[in-house]
Design a protein around this ligand. Sequence first.
Ligand code: CP
Ligand code: NVA
Length: 306
Amino acid sequence: MKDFIAIADFSAGQLEALLARASAEKARFVSGELPATCPRKTLALVFEKPSLRTRVSFATAMVQLGGSSIYLAGEQIGLGEREPVTDVAAVLGRMCDGIAARTFAHETVVELARCAAVPVVNALTDYSHPCQAMADLMTIAERGAGPAGATLAFVGDGNHVARSLASACTTLGMDFVLACPPGYELDAEFASSLAGRPGRFEQTHDARAAVAGATVVYTDTWVSMGQEAEKARRVAAFEDFRVDEALMAAAAPGTPVMHCLPAYRGVEISAGVMAAHAETIFTQAANRLHFQRALLNALIAEGGIG
Ligand code: CP
Ligand code: NVA
């Protein structure tokens, strides 16, 4: 597999192998023994949306592997406007050794992967965020909270982060429950694609019931990048889905809370819950870097995920 576009493209065994590699990368990082496996390699970072974690983790990972990265903001290259996605892919594929792309339309990343001769990584689209899900599964395993036999309750929007987490959890034997207001569920086509997976997929409108059965509680912003015009409607709709002290009282004592960040304290998560779970949440962010190195080693240094 040349690219990393969707969790669903990979078997449980392939995902487990990637997670094991990420843990090994973290151990090497801690002991200061990172080999330069990508010398003189360059990664193009094509970003149509803002980013802190994803951009910094890819750029830092490339430096740590002995290579470098080039940040290309969407408006600077005019993806699909100044020139077609196919031409951008053809050019970057002839100059760079890989492309990490954050786009609005998921089809843009798919088209880049189809047309570029080099690996393409989904760095978040409106549809999915697979690198986030992998770093999160790594964090869950480190906490001894799964995946096998455990339940992740995602309280919030049925968005790209939820979709990739649902895909990763259910593939790896972890139950996934989305608690959201009516109208904000994950789409039926995606939901039916998860039937028969080792982990169970469920959607509910009862946040208390979801967290009561959870091994891990997860949340994300109610208003994702590109949805700013819907902010008032969304904030009103999600009022009963805030991960706060009152909701967490329904969870088993000690249940970890996760957040992909950026977090909006007092909106989707209370300041107190955020502070109480900061160690887990910032470990999720740190693990983005270790997973990114594992992924770039597989795709760029070794030519793909077997
Ligand atoms: N969690 C995440 O992807 O953060 P950024 O949007 O800052 O990259
Ligand atoms: N869902 C949020 C955070 C993604 C990392 C957004 O898209 O803004």
